[in-house]
Ligand binder design. Structure first.
Ligand code: SAM
Length: 348
């Protein structure tokens, strides 16, 4: 029999452990808000320009901030390991924070996902609609939210084009020589521009169901001087139809949003030339609830709040493998580019 004193001690230890876990959530929230202020007000940018370190007073003067507030932010940024403390109470960026949070072209850029978690379209709207279960869609999201999603999708494209695509056998050659590329759910057009720039002999068709996203894409294509090689179609993926036209169909962080995964897969198969590839680049949600307690899966669980609002959920890798296999794609393979990024492909 356990002695009563020992039982109380065990309980106290258990409470302390659980309190520690819960408080780490509060600490994570403090870190996220600190990152957000640092990005929004250019504080991290300014500190990045001073590798020798900067005092809070100098930061306040440079950015026109209240010196006391600047001090409070810097201390929190140090506590959250965004900043290091140097000599004479100067602060500088912690290692790789410049790449991870500030460099949009860096393959591991996570500034976009940090900022988007703060947007009302995610947690606030979910809380508002928790009782009603009312859903929303992209055409009801603000332009700034669409831009932020696009910025979150950017590192996925950076990793995919050309790095990820180069792992698909024979595809790089086919695109280098000049092929026809279909980008499904092209959104604000970052992928279209990158594809057109990376494969200058190829032509690209972008399809999306949301008119305002296509407007942003149109402008990006115009600014890139790519109008002659990139065209846009407004259509749902379920309704898009083409026959034996494309060498490759690509979809970035959107396949999980299909209203009808089977129909879209079947449409893509028809649209591809024989031997053409379907490349799905997405966020791989754990196959079981028990798999959700890793840091990447906790971030993905946050994304699921928005996905619920638009009436879908992120899916596990196997769901894509299964649907490709069911629709007679062959040579189906998948590989992870990061714990938050998987590529699945198959050939017609
Ligand atoms: C998460 S965003 C990604 C956009 C882009 N691929 C990127 O990575 O930046 C999802 C996009 O898919 C589009 N979309 C979602 N479901 C769709 C459907 N069933 N038919 C057409 N477009 C759809 C949305 O309009 C939105 O532009």
């Amino acid at each position: 029999m356990t002695e009563p004193g020992k039982k109380t001690e065990e309980m106290q230890q258990g409470i302390q452990q659980q309190a520690g876990k819960l408080l780490s959530q509060v600490a994570g929230y403090v870190g996220l808000r600190t990152i957000d202020i640092g990005l929004r007000f250019g504080l991290l940018d300014e500190i990045a320009r001073r590798p020798e370190g900067i005092t809070t007073e100098a930061l306040a003067t440079k950015k026109g901030l209240d010196p006391f507030y600047a001090h409070v932010w810097c201390r929190s940024a140090y506590a959250s390991e965004l900043l290091e403390l140097g000599e004479n109470q100067t602060y500088r960026l912690a290692p790789f924070v410049d790449k991870l949070l500030l460099d949009q072209g860096f393959p591991g850029y996570i500034g976009g996902i940090s900022s988007i978690m703060m947007e009302p379209e995610i947690f606030d709207q979910f809380a508002e609609k928790l009782h009603s279960g009312e859903r929303t869609w992209w055409d009801q999201c603000s332009t700034s939210f669409i831009q932020m999603v696009s910025n979150t999708g950017r590192p996925f494209y950076t990793r995919l084009i050309p790095g990820g695509l180069s792992k698909v056998p024979l595809l790089p050659d086919r695109l280098a020589k000049g092929g026809r590329i279909l980008e499904l759910a092209c959104g604000a057009g970052i992928g279209l521009v990158r594809l057109a720039q990376t494969y200058p002999q190829s032509t690209i068709t972008g399809v999306d169901g949301d008119a305002s996203s296509l407007e942003i894409a149109k402008e990006a294509i115009r600014q890139g001087g790519l109008d002659t090689r990139v065209s846009l179609v407004q259509s749902t993926l379920e309704e898009f139809s083409a026959s034996d036209e494309f060498d490759v169909a690509i979809i970035n962080i959107s396949m999980h949003e299909c209203r009808d995964l089977e129909k879209v897969t079947s449409n893509v198969r028809s649209a591809l030339k024989p031997g053409g590839y379907f490349v799905i680049s997405d966020i791989p949600f754990p196959a079981s609830t028990e798999g959700c307690r890793t840091v990447p899966a906790r971030v993905m669980s946050g994304i699921q709040f928005f996905e619920a609002l638009i009436d879908d959920q992120l899916l596990p890798t196997q769901a894509y493998v299964d649907v490709l296999s069911k629709h007679d794609f062959r040579n189906i393979e998948n590989f992870e580019l990061t714990p938050l990024h998987v590529v699945i492909y198959g050939q017609k």
